[in-house]
Design a binder for this molecule. Sequence first.
Ligand SMILES: [Fe+2]
Ligand SMILES: [Fe+2]
Length: 192
Amino acid sequence: MIEYELRIATDPKWAEVAKADFDAFLKDHAACERKAAALAMSMVQHYPDKPDLIRGMIDLAMEEMAHFREVMKIMLAKGLQQGNDEKDPYINLLLKNVRRHSEMYLLDRLLIFSIVERRGHERFFMMGEALEDPKMKDFYVRLAKAEHRHYTLFMTLANQYYPEQVVADRLDELLDAEAEIVRHLPYRAAVH
Ligand SMILES: [Fe+2]
Ligand SMILES: [Fe+2]
């Protein structure tokens, strides 16, 4: 399985909260793009024996860096400075599900990164709908489409390195875990 649905939809209130402090949202968004690029590059380095993963992650890192450049341009034009890096509660809670020191370590990471991109796809699309400025709307709709490609890339890799049923069963568990996390986290002027 490459495409799937999330188990809980983001409340439209999230877009209202994020729009109400859009500068804070942009700062967090820029940090997300930069961290996504860094993470993709760390995957490249950790799996020297997996050529398809390396190819996919280099492409991903370059695309996330291009997004970072675009968000930074918007921030700099507004005179905004980057904030300090804060722990993202959503990502931290999700990563607690990673089975370390296990042959499932890579599977768990690929699936969690896929789910993060899948959620990003949903939220950037919502942000595109919520914003009024046509340029910014287009920007977020374009990013939403990129997130769609990213979430399926992680699924393709998961299915390449693990048996289909193992992937499907673990995805099922992780989607439940993600829905629980989203249900309990307060909405902030941030991507998550
Ligand atoms: Fe991105
Ligand atoms: Fe992405």
